[in-house]
Design a protein around this ligand. Structure first.
Ligand code: ZN
Length: 83
């Protein structure tokens, strides 16, 4: 179990939205913005970097702050309840 605390409003420890990062890799026409192709895993061209971010992010359901889970965990650790 890992507690969260929002680093922005500094009060919310219990209401959060978990945002799953669903990655779709696309190649666009640079002029029109039209999607030329949608690439699956292992189909990237050599110049296309695969997504390397976290699997999900966290939103504070009190103030709307969105950050990596680690940010909420670290803030909870450095601000224990009742201190
Ligand atoms: Zn907040």
């Amino acid at each position: 179990m890992t507690a969260y605390l929002c680093p922005r409003c500094k009060t919310n420890r219990s209401r959060f939205n978990k945002l799953e990062q669903k990655v779709t890799s696309i190649k666009m026409d640079p002029e029109s913005g039209e999607v030329m192709s949608i690439m699956g895993e292992g189909e990237m061209d050599p110049f296309h970097m695969e997504y390397r971010g976290p699997d999900y992010r966290i939103q504070c359901a009190t103030c709307g702050e969105i950050a990596d889970e680690e940010t909420f965990i670290q803030f909870a650790r450095s601000h224990p309840r009742g201190s």
